[in-house]
Design a protein around this ligand. Structure first.
Ligand SMILES: C[S@@+](CC[C@H](N)C(=O)[O-])C[C@H]1O[C@@H](n2cnc3c(N)ncnc32)[C@H](O)[C@@H]1O
Length: 295
């Protein structure tokens, strides 16, 4: 038996013995010990496991591995893995190849994951971010004279799950959910104005449990906003397994069902003449604005 697996077996036996030990005289120190080993046991139960995924049908897709379950554990050598909320470049690459993108807009670029994927694929890309060049993606003026695009990649903050800056224009710094949604709606509406007919907007978003607001279904709000901007969903939701999320290594004192994925939703701008789809009134009103900041 190899040294490492022998150690694992011994550790397993030790944990089992401790777990089965009767705990009648529960002194403070035994409770502490038990809690420590209980935590260890739980840690082993939440380790990564191999899951059997359903077989995908054979199609003519140029990216056959791209299905509704995105499980690649490697992130690719794009962007900076240490940037908060950084996402895998592999998913972006698969989407660009699948949709045969020619000109990409990446207005929340962060560490530049999408930029680097585009460079590798030799696809033109315009990348900006509030933090790096003071470009506010929620401001319609930032979309003037930049031309049109056939693909937009959006990986917005999941409201205030991770705060990127104290800039009042930063989506992650919105003091209330309604103000975040009001600004998020501006972002999606702006992006839809520079999109070619039949172009795609791919949005990677996750639901989030906020300390004050409770569970916030941001994927639901994303669809609601996109549809009211006259966009239609282009394909299945892509459930991206959150490999390497920093939260997966934490120990919480509360009970909840951990979310281990985020969702990539791809929207398209239909040709009006064909579908009759049009913009309806946007769901999140400007009133939200008043309650937030005093300028
Ligand atoms: C989830 S991160 C993007 C991470 C990126 N996908 C990567 O791989 O590194 C969200 C980004 O949105 C930016 N951001 C937030 N509000 C913004 C705004 N109003 N205009 C432009 N960028 C904004 C933040 O600075 C942050 O870099």
């Amino acid at each position: 038996m190899h040294g490492r697996s022998r150690i694992k077996r011994l550790l397993g036996l030790l944990l089992l013995t401790l777990a089965l030990r009767p705990c009648c005289d529960v002194s403070a120190s035994t409770t502490r010990q038990f809690t420590f080993f209980q935590t260890l046991m739980l840690y082993s139960q939440t380790s990564p496991v191999i899951a059997v995924l359903p077989r995908a049908p054979i199609t003519t897709s140029p990216v056959p591995g791209l299905t509704s379950l995105y499980h690649k554990a490697k992130r690719g050598n794009y962007g900076d893995a240490r940037y908060p909320g950084n996402c895998s470049g592999e998913l972006i690459k698969d989407l660009l190849c699948y949709f045969d993108a020619k000109r990409v807009l990446d207005p929340l670029t962060g560490s530049g994951t999408c930029t680097e994927v585009c460079r590798e694929l030799d696809v033109e890309c315009r990348s900006t971010d509030l933090r790096s060049d003071d470009t506010d993606a929620c401001d319609p003026k930032c979309y003037e004279n930049i031309g049109t695009f056939d693909f937009v990649w959006l990986h917005p903050p999941y409201w205030r799950q991770k705060v990127y800056s104290r800039d009042q224009r930063d989506l992650s710094n919105a003091p209330t959910l309604s103000y975040f949604l009001f600004r998020y709606q501006k972002l999606i509406a702006n992006c839809s104005t520079i999109l070619h007919a039949k172009g795609k907007i791919a949005i990677l978003m996750g639901d989030y449990s906020d300390r004050e607001a409770g569970f916030v279904p941001l994927t639901y709000h994303t669809k609601r906003i996109a549809f009211s901007c006259g966009l239609r969903q282009a394909c299945t939701d892509i459930i991206r397994f959150s490999h390497g999320a920093s939260s997966s290594k934490k120990v919480y004192r509360s009970s909840f069902i951990p979310g281990l994925h985020d969702v990539c939703m791809v929207f398209t701008k239909p040709e009006l003449a064909i579908t009759g789809a049009r913009r309806t009134s946007l769901p999140y009103s400007q009133d939200a604005h008043r309650f937030c900041f005093r300028f």
